[in-house]
Design a protein around this ligand. Structure first.
Ligand code: 3HC
Length: 294
């Protein structure tokens, strides 16, 4: 596309106000990303407690940034002032783009996209941060599939620079280009991905994480595996540390989806991954996962 088309795209999809659906780890991180970049953000959650949780998470993050000299008290007041929490999706009527980060469950997403189609103004971009579910199904749940695409952030969203931008056959070029420009505006690096389970990163990352759990089942010590991987592959975290950051429930859902789509025997979730989730050991967010956290 020529630059003329890009500026036309930017005009057609002028993004000033961002909507986020969800109050979990990814949703909080995404709200923080946009608010720190100067966008007004309307975020929707199911209870006042959950909405308050988003503000608390972002406040902690800003306090950390202040203590490291990377932000000021004025920045904090400005960022928190850009946040509007809402208990009803109807609050998304006037936003220019919605990024949804709710449960990794297709039926739940389809219901949400039907709602967004009804609620959001014409021309609003409807994005999902699903890590493994088909974007095309979300698009088909609306009467405006040209405005739907994937915007896959990584955890922790405020720190990880990559965003996988996932278009379907029906996504308009204007929407694709607008979202890539938006990523750049918030300091992210966008890559284009096809609509297949796991996109690029998770399709490579999760078979490795699953294999690490199988190594543990075979007797390998978690801390030794973590240390070996960090030392040799020069990754910031070992596989069990990373599983605990991502959340073992989320990881299990992704692994199941990869297995369902590609069918390889080796992609079947490791039994111990199923077990830690069944035991409620979801990772850092629940205080224990493969490792324990104080
Ligand atoms: N929110 C906001 N900021 C955070 C943060 C959070 N949750 N966690 C860390 N930070 C910031 C810190 O404030 C610090 O900022 P500064 O450099 O400006 O001072 C910076 O990040 C580094 O943090 P720390 O010094 O506290 O800690 P580390 O240096 O140990 O880094 C890490 C922490 C960035 C999480 C690093 O360990 C890392 O990169 N881990 C790998 C994470 C990863 O691979 N994520 C992708 C998982 S896959 C995925 O998400 C896909 C999805 O579909 C499941």
């Amino acid at each position: 596309a020529g630059s003329g088309e890009t500026s036309e795209a930017a005009l057609r999809h002028d993004v000033r106000t961002v909507g986020v659906v969800g109050t979990g780890t990814m949703a909080s991180g995404i709200v923080e990303v946009f608010a720190r970049a100067g966008y007004d953000v309307v975020y929707v959650g199911r209870s006042q407690d959950k909405l308050d949780g988003v503000v608390a998470t972002i406040t902690t993050s800003l306090d950390k940034a202040i203590s490291r000299g990377k932000a000021t008290e004025d920045d904090k007041v400005a960022v928190l002032g850009r946040l509007t929490g809402a208990a009803s999706r109807e609050a998304l009527a006037d936003v220019d783009i919605v990024v949804e980060a709710i449960a990794e469950d297709l039926a739940v997403k389809l219901e949400l996209f039907g709602d967004l189609d009804r609620i959001c103004k014409p021309g609003a971009i409807l994005a999902t941060t699903t890590s493994s579910l088909p974007i095309s199904e979300c698009a088909k749940a609306t009467s405006r599939p040209e405005d739907v695409l994937g915007m896959h952030f990584f955890n922790p969203a405020p720190v990880m620079k990559l965003v996988e931008v996932v278009t379907t056959d029906l996504t308009s070029e204007a929407v694709d280009e607008t979202v890539k420009a938006l990523c750049a505006n918030v300091g992210k690096v966008a890559v284009s991905c096809g609509d297949r389970a796991g996109f690029i990163v998770n399709a490579l990352l999760f078979p490795y994480l699953n294999d690490a759990v199988k190594l543990a089942e075979a007797g390998a010590e978690l801390t030794v595996v973590d240390a070996a991987v960090k030392e040799h592959l020069q990754l910031p975290m070992g596989p069990f540390e990373l599983l605990d950051v991502v959340g073992n429930d989320v990881s299990l859902a992704i692994q199941r989806e990869l297995h369902r789509e590609f069918g390889h025997e080796g992609f079947a979730p490791a039994a111990r991954l199923e077990q830690v989730v069944a035991d409620g050991r979801l990772g850092r967010k629940s205080g224990k996962g493969f490792h324990h956290y104080s």
